[in-house]
Each structure stands twice: as C-alpha cells, then as structure tokens.
Design a protein around this ligand. Sequence first.
Ligand code: IMP
Length: 467
Amino acid sequence: MTITIVGSQLGDEGKGRVVDLYGESADVVARYQGGDNAGHTVVEGGNEYKLSLVPSGAVRGKVGVLGNGCVINPDTLFDEIDTLRERGLDPDVRLARRAHVILPYHRVLDGIEEDAKSDSDRKVGTTGRGIGPTYEDKAGRRGIRVGDLLDSELLREKLEYVVPQKRALAENVFGVSMSDTIGGSSDGVEIGEAFDIDALHEQYERYGERLQEEDMTVESGEFLASRLDAGDEVIFEGAQGTLIDIDHGNYPYVTSSNPTAGGAATGTGLSPGVVGDGDIIGIVKAYLTRVGSGPLPTELGGVVGDTPDYDEQGAGENEDLAGYIREEGGEYGTVTGRPRRVGWLDMPMLRHAARTSGFTGLAVNHVDVLAGLDEVKVGYSYDVDGEEIFTIPATTERWGRCEPNLRSFDGWPEVDWSEVADEGYEAIPENARTYLEYISDELDAPIYAVGIGPSREDTVVIEHPFE
Ligand code: IMP
C-alpha cells in the first residue's frame, strides 16, 4: 500500500504534518523530487528538528529514501544526519544512485542568475540552494549523480568536463570575478573555490566514501519495489506544490521538478500503476500563501519587494487581514525566513491540482488560523479578457490578469481546538465544516484529515489509508 502526498497550492500547505500523521504506520518514507529547498519542522518527544533534506520519517525510526528525482546536496545531508545523531537519533537514510548531486557551483550560479534578473519581473525568488542549475545539468546530460561519487576516477573525469563550462558561464556570460566573495558574504569565501576542480574532487570523493562506508546508496526503484513486495507501507512525500511544478505550475516562477503525483513514479523508479493503486492525498491550506514572485489573484496584501508587477495584484486592500493571518499562521519561510504573501483559497488553482494529480483524498490544514474572522472568502472563478474561467490559465501573464470572483462563507469562532481534536469531525464548528465540505464537493474528493493546530496531535483524522 502506498500514499502519495502532494501539495495542491504553492508549497507550505503543511505536507509534513500529514506525512508525520500517516507516517506513524509507514515503514518507508520516500521523497521523489526537490532537494534542500524544502523545509520541514518535526516535533518528536518534545524536541524540535528542522530538516530540509532528510525525510521527516527518519526522525521517527522509518527508512527515509531520497529517490532518483531528487537533487542532493551532501553538505546539507550529512549536516542534518550528524545533527540528528548528536541529538541521540539514528536516522536510516538511503540515496538513489541515480539522483543528481548539487555542487557548490550550482548554488553560486543560482545566486548569480537571480542577481542578474533582480531589476526585472523575471526574478524567481529561488531559495538559492542551487536547485535549478542542478536540474539544468541533469537535463543537459552533464550532471553528476550520487553513483558517480562512488567512483573517484569517473568523478574526476566528469568534473573536468563540466566545471570549466560552469566557470566560463559565470565569468563570460554573467561577468563575475572568481575573486569576489560568494553572495557578497563577509566570511570571505571566494567564488573561485566553487569552481576549483581539485578541491571539489577531494571533497566529493570524501562524501562518496562516507556514503559507501555507511551503505547509504540504493537503486531506488528496486529497493522500494522489494519493500512493497515484502508488505511494507510506503509514503511518497512530495515537496513544494502543484503551482510551482515545472510543467504544471506558473512558469517561470516555479521550482525545477515535478511535485505533482506523476513525479512520484518518475522520481522513485516505480510505475504509475503502483502510485495510482494507492491513495493520492492533496494537501490544502485553508487559505493561500506564496513565497517568492508570481501572480496571486486572491492576494490579500503583498509583501512588497519581490516582483513589482504581480505584487500589485491584490496588495493594499487588505494589508491588515493579510498581516493577521500571517502572524496567526506563522507564515514565514522555514528555509529562508521570508514572510509569505497571503491570499484567500483559490478554487481554480485547486481544480487544476486535483485534475493533475488525481486526488483520492484531501487534508485541509490551518483551519484554526481563520477562526474568529467574520467571513472567509474563496476565489470561486476568474474573470479574464472578458470571460469567466474555472481553472488556471496556461500562461503566467494571463493568470496575472485574472480577477477573482469571490464567494463568502460565514466565519467560525475560536474554540478549544485540542478538545475538537479529541472529539472528532463533528466537533469542528459548523461553519468550518460547511467550508470544508464545499472544498470536498468542488474537488470531488473526501476529506481525510483536518489540521486545527500546529502539532501533529492537533489533527482530526477522518480516514487513515494504512489502517
Ligand atoms: P527553487 O526551488 O529554490 O529553485 O525556487 C523556485 C521557486 O520555488 C521559488 O519561488 C521558491 O520560493 C519556491 N519554493 C521552493 N521550495 C519551496 C518550498 O518548500 N515552499 C514554498 N516555495 C518553495
């Protein structure tokens, strides 16, 4: 049995809490895309762990797999593993040998390209973790994969081919000097260090040795198939969300991988049939947030400064309300600490997500955050270029011209949410249930879980696929 967890919006829907919830009964948690651009806080036994790469299940004694669709920064990986070990845990993490490796020059190039775009609306607002440049090299067939780290000579050969190209790109296209410091940092690390073949070879060969010593690499498809054959329960954990999917998101304001359910097959080495045989749970935040640039038609009030054009879309009108929801919901990036832009729930976006991934169930989070508001709105449809549309347009420019048609729901009161968690679905205030049932009807998928507070215990579970 498998469960695939997919973000239905722009990331930060609270996927981690749902992975934690169902992960208790899972044996393996596998990520299928992305890298250390994701951020997740796990609270276990009163301790808080902030992770960006290690699958959260690994904190709870499950096997964590980073599938072939992931991009892996070994620096971050070993940092997180070592920190968990220092705190008394023994995470079991396996890396697909087909997964691509993020090298220091990828991070540098990520920053350089964002800088070059900084005065225009082309800036993506990336997390700066080198994600895009690493996937570029994967598609360009010049990437370095986890399996390459295990073969010193091959690694050397590949670095000798690729690094001069990357260096020329930085120097000749972007006009960067190798003696500048990385990101203008005061710690004095020179950009040139990220392009030094000898140093890179030495460092990444060492990472390879450690991977081998700790027997951490696998052929992910084979590994996962054998675990499923043995009767294990497996969760496929998507990072980010549908609207920042490279194919189905609002290009170019996207990440460079496929968080949608199809990615769970290509990013693990299992068939679409295996993924489709299991549950595919769409994670929905009861409102909308966005880090970084791009349109947000239902925006309540912008965090000024990302993309001039789109920040204007809803900004100004409801700044106070946006600020209130941001504070109540703790809407600041886990990885970057950036304040998130806030908007009403966007049904065209959710219809698009449900079609793309085929949700068999929904988990709606942060329902408590909206408590106490007189009314709660959703963007039901859009008006654009003289017509009413019900799903997301294919071009970001057209999406940027969309005006939402809002529907209003009566608000629900602040209640003792821990009591609600104990008592179950019927204890959720009636108006909130009306709101949830509207979402479920629109997306033609049952509600499996409702998040009503920050911790895993603050969840009303209606359906548990593994039980
Ligand atoms: P990248 O993944 O660092 O290349 O960033 C590309 C876009 O995806 C930017 O708009 C980021 O803010 C966004 N993004 C990447 N990871 C996350 C995430 O975990 N949550 C929300 N947004 C993300």
